[in-house]
Design a protein around this ligand. Sequence first.
Ligand code: NAD
Ligand code: UFG
Length: 340
Amino acid sequence: MSTILLAGGAGYIGSHTAVELINAGYDVIVADNYANSSPESISRVEKITGKKIALYEADVSNAADMEKIFSKEHIDAVIHFAGLKAVGESVQKPLLYYRNNIDTTLTLLETMAKYNVNNIIFSSSATVYGEANKVPYLETMPRGECTNPYGWTKSMMEQILTDAAAADEALSVVLLRYFNPIGAHESGMIGEDPQGIPNNLMPYVTQVAVGKRECLTIFGNDYPTKDGTCTRDYIHVVDLAKGHVKAIGYILSQDKCCDIFNLGTGTPYSVTEIVETFERVNGVKVNHIYGDRRSGDLAECYANADKALEVLGWKTEKTLEDMCRDSWNWQKQNPNGYRG
Ligand code: NAD
Ligand code: UFG
């Protein structure tokens, strides 16, 4: 069976993808510098799957660190999750984001070329569609103007990977544009573990529900949407992880490819719907108030997910209820995340 290197694989999406790849029979290697994670997530993946994982503490932007792994391991494909992802922090520290995110991509591509590893799947984001495109987003739309440095790093890295694929006949690239991943593995053993105050909606909701934070502020209720709050395409992280398994099957079956796939459900839900569904499914209260809009937020963001179904044979299976139940199950079992 093929061996897949997960760069940034100790994080939220990487750890769930590790479980699904192992369940599908792949061997997995993880490289992470724990900038936003801990090795505990991979210990938990080992417990869930009963398989030992080759785990390297490594900076993916550092050529010497990558050499150590590529010279020792046989790698068939790389999934590149490694990156910093806090939108607000990227506005405060743009150079940190450009340096880390772009260097990880360049170093990976250079090391892959040296060791003749020719398949890379990249964690991109719906944010690259920018403000001008109309929902639902289609892969054929042009990338747009991003509202923050984090988004620009994704857009630039897509360009770098596309140019590298055009120049190298052997290199295959798949760009996966994620919508809004939430939820956790149904065991409750792995999940999203944000440091400090969560930036994203679902971890904030679960921390209010568990009593770690007083009250959720819903950012704006005067948007031109069904109930005035923003809508997003929330996707269960396990469905997203299974999308990676399909993408690996696809890239390994092609002589050469350079493809983009949206990974979303195609169905938007509003912030208010998320809060109400979470309260109903879990029987808990989420204190909330309505506040000002958050700068940079779009009113609506959701996918046209047809291409992933047609080409990869992938579609989401889990419901919003599943997402809310599994997020809460993880939070309740791990009130302080992986820190015990
Ligand atoms: P995460 O922070 O949990 O995982 C990213 C991992 O990369 C972390 O374990 C971090 O320690 C590691 N990392 C960062 N810089 C590194 C470096 N230089 N060397 C080695 N490891 C490094 O985030 P996630 O939610 O799992 O996201 C995974 C990828 O998907 C990221 O690239 C992110 O930008 C992208 N993405 C995430 C979302 C989302 O909402 N979660 C949406 C769209 C795209
Ligand atoms: N929200 C609140 N209160 C909060 C947090 C969020 O009302 O405390 C709202 C936001 O205003 C937005 C929705 O909940 O309407 C979702 O917000 P998130 O921060 O969870 O997600 P975003 O859609 O803003 O951002 C996500 C990823 C980014 C990615 C972006 C575009 O976090 O990495 O989608 O795809 F770039």
